[in-house]
Write a protein that binds this ligand. Structure first.
Ligand code: FPP
Ligand code: MG
Length: 324
């Protein structure tokens, strides 16, 4: 397939996901009223749809030949992701999401919590129709996601957070759900145990890179992210560039970095970036991103060349180049 055909094919998949999400939200809004309408807004506000597309592609790479069979699982991953974003924005006190006002700003915290629960119920309804092994892998990684969020909260402004602590949080909050979606899809396709594991590891490596890019974009700032830059620093989140710089810098520079992190405001941005650059910390994150993406690609080597593999390689490239 030519590059432009890959792009077209990818766009078609995104449209397929969007059309399915729209029809579910419309149907459910007619039944459940405001809770579905409000919750539906976050689902339909856009987003890259990387999770459901990965589920569909992993299914096809694993030998599945009836895409309809895996679509509920793909949609389930997007509903659960959207649910977690509503709760995350409450916890992080973030006022924008996907370029729009966050749900808790629109309808208040109490209704927003319930909107998240409602989306989770939708995800549960779509995902629970599969075999026990599939449901188990999805539920297990949802539980790990919750546990990683607890750990992230415990590490807020904890300047002794290690790269290992960070990696464990990232594996739980972002990469685990990617990996579980890929493995769940491979199970639906009746793939061999080996191929299920390769796809699981592919999702894990891709997910780690995805979160590392996310954390880098938060520092570098890109208005296409749909949220203000520096949100992580304001929230006291210990992301890898910060953890790395705290390890590399010493003396007055480390003291200054600690002060900046503890009392962050926009006017300190340039100073923060120059300390991070001095420590080579942004560069270090970039190197790690490339390593994880290469590892992700290496898991695809176990599968024959085909159009689906090309599309998955395109997803890897998208993660590397993403701005939002
Ligand atoms: C975004 O991270 C948020 C997540 C990846 C997940 C949040 C999960 C929860 C609140 C727990 C939900 C639990 C279940 C079982 C569904 P971020 O804050 O680093 O990114 P952001 O900048 O996009 O907000
Ligand atoms: Mg957040």
């Amino acid at each position: 397939m030519e590059d432009n055909q890959v792009l077209d094919r990818f766009e078609e998949m995104r449209e397929l996901v969007n059309a399915n999400l729209e029809s579910i939200v419309e149907e459910q809004s007619a039944v459940f009223g405001e809770v579905a309408i409000v919750s539906g807004q976050i689902v339909l506000a856009g987003g890259k749809r990387i999770r459901p597309i990965l589920v569909m592609l992993a299914y096809q790479l694993a030998g599945g030949d009836d895409l309809e069979e895996v679509i509920p699982l793909a949609l389930s991953s997007e509903f659960i992701h959207s649910a977690s974003l509503i709760h995350d924005d409450i916890n992080d006190d973030s006022s924008t999401r996907r370029g729009q006002e966050a749900i808790h700003v629109k309808v208040g915290q109490a209704k927003a919590i319930i909107a998240g629960d409602w989306l989770f119920s939708q995800g549960f309804g779509l995902g629970a129709r599969y075999d026990e092994e599939v449901v188990e892998v999805m539920a297990h990684y949802c539980s790990i996601l919750a546990s990683a969020e607890f750990s992230q909260i415990d590490h807020v402004l904890d300047l002794s957070t290690s790269p290992e602590d960070y990696l464990e949080i990232v594996r739980g909050k972002t990469a685990g759900p990617f990996a579980a979606g890929c493995k769940g899809a491979a199970l639906v396709a009746n793939a061999s145990a080996e191929n299920c594991e390769y796809l699981f590891e592919f999702g894990m490596e891709l997910g780690i890179a995805f979160q590392l890019v996310d954390d880098l974009l938060d520092i570098r700032g890109d208005e296409r992210m749909g949220k203000p830059r520096g949100s992580d620093i304001y929230e006291g989140k210990m992301t890898l560039p910060i953890i790395h710089a705290l390890t590399i810098l010493h003396g007055p520079q480390r003291v200054r970095l600690s002060e900046i992190i503890r009392n962050f405001e926009d006017s300190l941005f340039d100073e923060l970036i120059s300390l991070l650059n001095f420590g080579g910390s942004l560069n270090y994150s970039e190197i790690l991103i490339r390593n994880h993406l290469e590892r992700a690609l290496s898991y695809l080597d176990h599968f024959e060349d085909c159009e689906t593999k090309q599309l998955l390689k395109h997803v890897v490239k998208m993660v590397e180049k993403r701005h939002s």
